[in-house]
Design a protein around this ligand. Structure first.
Ligand SMILES: [Zn+2]
Ligand SMILES: [Zn+2]
Length: 453
């Protein structure tokens, strides 16, 4: 039997990690770190990893898929690590940044276990990486496992992982997008029917309003920015350094070029700049739109220096495109937001998924005129600036995923992962009504279940 063990500790977008086992061969899909937990509780269930783990396959370089990789390769030194070359180029600076963040947290929160790994640990880990092109099969020696990467349309380097075992085929989606973004092109999953699909469910709890398209969202965002500038305000957009930063830089650049935005100064963070340089170097190697655009030299964003925070006075015509997207404490967007809260001409615009219990989620819920409880010593913070959300997500919307599963993928078995319980429940209910023949499971943490029916 080939088994799948979910090593994520709960049904949530956490430390994504899934163990495949066939006979004596074990392969790990992703090695993520939980974005909101701290210390060892943020890691996947590493105790369940066999010592003789043969391989780790990474879907993309986001922290919730790659953040625990140095821990896995330290514990299982014989494991090979496979990913696309763009993911490898992005993952290295991201993991080094994680060491810096953990080292800072050790000082600020007295979290004695931090950092969970060191810069040296990241370097040791990176020597085990092998870059695999899209569409080229690769396999684990002496086992029945074969794998193929397909473009996932989520961020640079992101891949769907096809798992072939003899005549049977499974597909692990990682994070995917079936619609277009500004840079990424829509994912075109390989043809079904599939025996098994392991599918992300990020947006299962959010219906897409009728008539809402990528074009209408982009226009709404640009109109809101114009209005903010016109009343003398500045804009803060909390974003992930990987993906959303480059998507927004490109959108704002085009809007500046064709007059939809007035002259605008865009600030990005230091990590955002490093990762944008990777986008530039890989621009013709990985699938994307505007392959001719070199973002850094053509868009010319300024790098925001956090040391300026004490004296900073945001002005009209300025956009602060800084991380983190969830406004995690001690990040630039979290700190900068406090400057924006009391200024009614300013605006904070969210442009992607915000987990409801994160500081970004709490701020969205509170909104303009409300107050947000960020555990500040002075109590809840009143919000006078504008707060809006534009659903320019890098994840497939739930309607597209249902169509794909029902009409094209048509799996015998479907595992729901990478989503909150409500999101997974919506998919389970909707799909079991439309396709009762599909066996739908939410793989329980730590318990092996058969990969195929
Ligand atoms: Zn992702
Ligand atoms: Zn993810």
């Amino acid at each position: 039997m080939i088994s799948l063990t979910n090593l994520t500790r709960a049904a949530e977008i956490g430390a994504n990690s899934y163990l495949l086992r066939s006979g004596s061969t074990s392969v790990l899909l992703d090695a993520g770190m939980h974005p909101r937990r701290e210390g060892w509780s943020a890691t996947p269930m590493l105790d369940a990893l066999p010592k003789d783990l043969e391989a780790v396959i990474l879907s993309h370089a986001h922290h919730d898929h790659v953040g625990a990789l140095p821990l896995v390769t330290r514990q299982c030194p014989g494991a090979k690590v496979w990913m696309t070359s763009a993911t490898a180029a992005l993952a290295e600076p991201l993991l080094h940044n994680s060491v810096n963040v953990m080292t800072r947290q050790r000082k600020e929160t007295l979290q004695q276990e931090y950092p969970l790994y060191t810069h040296r640990g990241v370097d040791d880990c990176a020597v085990t990486w092998e870059a695999v092109p899209l569409q080229r099969p690769f396999h684990v020696d002496g086992s029945e496992f074969k794998f193929v990467f397909h473009d996932a349309g989520h961020v640079l380097g992101s891949a769907l992982t096809e798992v072939r075992c003899g005549a049977r085929r499974a597909l692990y989606t990682g994070d995917l997008n079936l619609g277009r973004q500004t840079l990424m092109i829509p994912c075109q999953p390989p043809k079904g029917p599939w025996d098994t699909i392991i599918m992300e469910t990020t947006r299962g709890a959010q219906p897409t309003p009728s008539g809402q398209t990528r074009d209408s969202l982009e226009n709404d965002l640009l109109e809101a920015i114009r209005q903010t500038f016109a009343r003398g305000g500045a804009v803060l957009m909390p974003v992930f350094a990987l993906g959303k930063t480059q998507e927004m830089l490109t959108l704002l650049h085009h809007a500046r070029g064709d007059g939809r935005l007035p002259p605008t100064t865009i600030y990005i963070g230091g990590l955002g700049r490093v990762l944008t340089e990777v986008y530039d170097r890989q621009r013709s190697l990985a699938p994307r739109q505007h392959a001719g655009l070199k973002i850094i030299p053509e868009v010319r964003p300024e790098t925001f220096d956090p040391r300026r925070l004490a004296t900073l006075r945001p002005r009209s015509g300025q956009i602060y495109l800084v991380s983190s997207g969830m406004m995690t404490p001690h990040t630039t967007s979290h700190t900068l937001a406090r400057l924006f809260f009391p200024r009614e001409n300013d605006a904070i615009f969210f442009v992607g998924f915000t987990e409801p219990s994160s500081p970004a989620g709490l701020l969205r819920t509170a909104g303009q005129g409300g107050s947000v409880d960020w555990a500040d010593p002075h109590g809840p913070l009143p919000i006078r600036c504008e707060v809006r959300h534009f659903d320019l997500s890098a994840h497939a919307n739930r309607e597209d995923l249902v169509e794909w599963i029902c009409e094209e993928a048509r799996p015998k078995k479907l595992f729901l992962v990478h989503g909150d319980p409500e999101a997974q429940d919506w998919f389970r209910q909707t799909l079991s009504l439309r396709r009762p023949e599909i066996m739908i499971q939410q793989p329980p943490p730590g318990k092996p279940v058969p990969l195929f029916d």
